[in-house]
Structures are given as C-alpha cells and as structure tokens.
Write a protein that binds this ligand. Structure first.
Ligand SMILES: C[S@@+](CC[C@H](N)C(=O)[O-])C[C@H]1O[C@@H](n2cnc3c(N)ncnc32)[C@H](O)[C@@H]1O
Length: 291
C-alpha cells in the first residue's frame, strides 16, 4: 500500500544514497519508524496527516553522515536496545557474533556463577548481553572514558529497572583495563573485549571518524596496542582453564593470533569469523602457567 510517508521515504533514500550512505533505504525507513514510533514493518499504517518536519530534519543529519543510532538515540545489540549518543561507541553487529561465542561457552561451563570481565565496555553492550542471556553470570564491565562510562551506567540502570532480579549482576568499574579488578586476579572464568584496534592514521568513514570517540578507535601504529594490554590483563585475571575472546580488524587475524602464543601459557588459540566470513576475533584458553 502506498502512502505519503512511503513516498517521502523513497525520496529520502535517494538523498541519502547521493550523500554516500551505505544502506540508504534501510536508514530512511528506520528514521521514519523512529519519528513516528512504529516498527519499520508498520510504516504503511502511519496516517498521511501524521507526517511532520522532524523526519526531514533527521534525514538531513544522516545525509551529513551522523550515525543513524545517534539520530534515533538507540542501538540494537542481540536482544537489547541500548541508549547511545555523543561520547560512546555505537555497538556493531560483528561484536554480536563474538558475544554469542562467549554466551555459548558460558552455557557449557560447569561453574555455578561464572565470573566475566568485559574490558572497554562502552555502552555496556557486551556486558549487558551476557548478563541478559546468562543470568547466573556475574559480569564486571570496565571503562576508562568517563563519557562512555556514563552511557554504560544509564544502560545498566535501565536494564535493571526492566528486570529487577538482575540487580548487582552487571557491575561497572571506572578505570583502565591495564590495572583494574586486582581483587579478581586468577578467578575470572571469561575475559571478553572489543578494544580499540584501528592503526593511527588509517582512513575511516565519517560516521566513525567524526562520531565514535577517539579512545574507542585508535590503538598505535599497528592497531594492536590495546589488544596486547588485553592479553596481559587476561593472563592476570583468568583462572586456569579460563577463556579469552578479543575482537580485531578484518586484516589483523594472523597478527592477533600470535599475541596469544603457547610460550606465554595460551592453549587452543583460534581465529574466528564474523557473519561476513572475515576474521574478526581471536579466542584462547589460559593454561595457568606462562612466561
Ligand atoms: C571499540 S569500543 C567498544 C565498546 C563496547 N565494548 C562495544 O563493543 O560496543 C572500545 C572501548 O574501550 C574503551 N577503552 C579503550 N582503552 C581502554 C582502557 N585502557 N581501559 C578501559 N577502557 C578502555 C574505550 O573508551 C571504548 O569505550
């Protein structure tokens, strides 16, 4: 069924395509759905009289390459809807795959209340998804950037409000993942991290370079500085047999594999792919003894 709004969505999609937006039709539909507070599949039900200028104002922001999630104010991550905006990294679908790997491993673990550390939690996406899907887990979310930590706190609070029995199971720690959580040394069952991993000076789309916080993106000349810190912290935190999962860029699989060598006490280090079939995260098991 056609409607005035769907005509406008088609025009908006053309404008977004001209501006270089990667998925113009989807983004135009999601903006319209957000403005009219309906699902994307219900756009045809919006009465013509309900059309308003907010839609075109939001389309103009997207055409200027502001991320869709900053415009709608939220991002979807697995079964969660998270609040996001300036100052926090927008969670990505690639990270959902790594988080799913961790959730599956935690489900198999013969541990009553597995302890998890999410290093560089940003919006709280990974920590909250694990908290939601593995309710017996205790999840420690670490974030150094105060602006990002404020978004994580907001999302954790909303989550607990919606499911009060989860109170106290996802805990936020302000600090550098280099040296936090000393009280948990040698006791953590799973360390997971989507750290910054872009080499300084690499070119990124405007949505990333102008809107994701710098501390979430850049990580030294080869992009691996933060991943090396995650490896050292995982060695310190994990109990023997504990697991680590760390996300990386699509071309960094071989290099990150060697950040977790047997000589350092790692076993069964593996490269894992994202939904597009690209190398996306490395997993390994801590033997308990390492150089
Ligand atoms: C790529 S973002 C990922 C955010 C979130 N985990 C996600 O997947 O959406 C990396 C996050 O790590 C944080 N971060 C970077 N270095 C850190 C450090 N040394 N200690 C704690 N947090 C750090 C950044 O501020 C940023 O929020």
């Amino acid at each position: 069924m056609m409607s005035l709004l769907l005509d406008e969505v088609a025009l908006a999609a053309a404008r977004l395509a001209e501006a270089g937006v990667e998925s113009p039709r989807t983004d135009a539909e999601l903006i319209a759905a957000s403005v009219h507070r309906v699902k994307r599949s219900e756009l045809h039900t919006v009465p013509d009289s309900a059309f308003d200028a907010q839609f075109w104002a939001d389309v103009a922001r997207r055409a200027a390459r502001e991320p869709l999630q900053h415009i709608t104010g939220h991002a979807h991550f697995r079964y969660l809807e998270l609040e996001v905006g300036p100052g926090v990294f927008v969670p990505r679908p690639e990270t959902e795959v790594m988080t799913g790997w961790a959730i599956a491993r935690l489900g198999e673990m013969d541990v009553a209340e597995p302890v998890v550390a999410d290093l560089g939690t940003g919006s709280g996406a990974i920590a909250l998804a694990i908290g939601q899907e593995v309710p017996r887990a205790r999840v420690h979310a670490v974030e150094a950037d105060p602006l990002a930590a404020a978004w994580a706190e907001r999302n954790i609070t909303r989550y607990v409000e919606s499911a009060p029995y989860t109170a106290g199971r996802v805990m936020l720690h302000a600090g550098d993942f280099r040296d936090v959580l000393g009280e948990l040394d040698g006791t953590v069952d799973l360390v997971i991290s989507n750290p910054p991993y872009i080499p300084v000076g690499a070119s990124v789309p405007p949505e990333v370079g102008e809107y994701d916080p710098p501390a979430a993106l850049w990580s030294g000349a080869d992009g691996l500085d933060a991943i090396r810190v995650v490896e050292r912290t995982a060695r310190r935190l994990l109990r023997p047999g504990g697991l680590v999962a760390v996300e990386h860029g699509a071309t960094q699989g071989a290099a990150v594999y060697w950040v977790f060598p047997e000589e350092s006490g790692w076993r069964d280090t593996r490269n894992n792919k994202d939904l597009a079939g690209r190398d996306r995260f490395v997993t390994s098991t801590w033997s308990g003894e390492g150089a």
